[in-house]
Ligand binder design. Structure first.
Ligand code: G3P
Ligand code: MG
Length: 256
């Protein structure tokens, strides 16, 4: 049986940094979240063709860079020359895609915690988890300020096996509550997770109560509106993952 570290979950976690204010999953987005008072950030990690862990959400480069095509078919040398800010706003022109290692330096500089979401390109579930956790293990030394999650089962199993002592969250999303998996308790047990990280569209009062009854801290994503954030707090949510840390921090109860 794994003995988890305790966890310093904050009330608000900056989603992809502060994705409402800066290009997602960039160093600037991480710094913006810190400037707004977020104590943690959530970031997506995947591999370039030559297996460099980078911060990136989509499987293809098109939406958030001036490049195109699959991340999994592009070497880091080419990825590093792409421009990843103009799509968001001209004032961000010139921003680049960070490696996980570069991101960790900025996270540590700002004294942030991290929910690292392993976001593999299809077919690379195991190697993405292994490479990302290898980098993390070499750099990170605050186990109570890290939480590993993934939607991909093989990545989750790999994280359980290679980062046994680090806190992991069971990430479950979807469009409506009928997508709550019946076997979530078994999954949580099998994957030996510490927290439940749930999409706001599937989180019902009953589901929240069941999670709390089972003793799991509850995180919800992605909540950007004050009234929804307060509703989530009333349901017992511990941590809100948000694109707009400033708005959420101004509008939720931040004391226990
Ligand atoms: O980890 C929470 C959330 O980031 C999961 O969805 O697509 O925004 O990575 P996505
Ligand atoms: Mg994510």
């Amino acid at each position: 049986m794994t003995h988890f570290m305790s966890i310093n979950l904050p009330k608000a976690i900056g989603h992809r940094g502060a994705a409402a204010y800066a290009p997602e999953n960039t160093l600037e987005s991480i710094a913006t979240a810190a400037d707004q008072g977020a104590k943690w950030v959530e970031l997506d990690v995947k591999l370039t063709r030559d297996e460099v862990p980078i911060l990136f959400h989509d499987d293809i480069l098109d939406r958030t860079t001036n490049g195109s095509g699959a991340v999994a078919e592009t070497d880091y040398a080419d990825i590093s020359s792409l421009e990843a800010g103009s799509w968001f706003g001209e004032s961000f022109a010139g921003i680049q895609i960070p490696t996980l290692e570069e991101a960790l330096e900025v996270i540590i500089l700002h004294d942030l915690g991290l929910n690292l979401e392993i976001k593999p390109c299809p077919g690379r579930e195991k190697e993405t988890a292994e490479a990302a956790l290898d980098v993390l293990t070499q750099i990170w030394d605050e186990p109570e300020n890290i939480l590993i999650s993934s939607f991909q089962h093989v990545s989750r199993e790999t994280a359980r096996d290679v980062a046994q002592d680090w806190n992991r969250g069971l990430l479950i999303g979807g469009q409506s509550p009928d997508e709550i998996p019946d076997n979530w308790r078994e999954l949580a047990d099998y994957l030996d997770v510490k927290t439940m990280n749930i999409g706001s569209k599937i989180l019902t009062n009953d589901f929240a109560m069941d999670i709390i009854d089972e003793g799991y801290p509850l995180l919800v994503y992605t909540v950007n509106q004050p009234d929804e954030a307060r509703r989530m707090q009333q349901m017992g949510v511990d941590s809100i993952i948000t694109d707009a840390p400033d708005i959420i921090l101004e509008n939720i109860l931040t004391t226990h």
